[in-house]
Write a protein that binds this ligand. Sequence first.
Ligand SMILES: [Zn+2]
Length: 228
Amino acid sequence: MIEEELKPYQIIRSDRKTLAVLIDAFGRVVVRAPKRMSEERIFSFLRKKRAWILKHKARGIGKDITLPSENLDGFTFYLIGRWTTIRLYPGEKICFQSGFDGANDIVYLPQRDSRKRLVKWLKENAERIFSEAAERWARRMGISYPSLKITATKKCWASCMPDNALNFSFRLLYAPKETIEYVVVHELSHIFEKNHSKAFWAVVERYLPDYKKRREWLKLNRAVLQIF
Ligand SMILES: [Zn+2]
């Protein structure tokens, strides 16, 4: 199913007359389409472009990426598997509003120092989410780790230090939940095996039999490490 292969994708309809497709920095397929064109026609167009789309999706940053501009208002990104749109407002607090019926979630962000505050907020959320997941999996795997740190590195998703201290980039929040769980299990598995040997992958597979599928997203979407 092309719809599945293309995920995450977004169809933006406007007054234009033709179809166009690009891959943005989230590895998201963005389709621009005329207002009244049927989904069937859109997907038949995408099916024809399948090879090109998958190639560019896999390559990550290309010439068609949409990195957030200086003004973050309206910027939409993928946050733990949900489309999330930033709205700047004159207040002082960050407010999060869940979208219902397929609508995007919204982050209301103070206008002042918006980028700095957003990163701080993402890090706080990452800390809560990764700590919860790591504690839960460590219990299940019968192991423990000395500490867990949220980093802002753009070079890798996560790491496990020689002393079993865990590091996670807050940008992992851009990944779907299943992928986040995979990264947590991956790093915890390094407590058993400090390498990527067969024995290591056997540990990962024991806890997450479908890890290969969960891992795919990280390979396709490395470009999002550049955002914020
Ligand atoms: Zn590893």
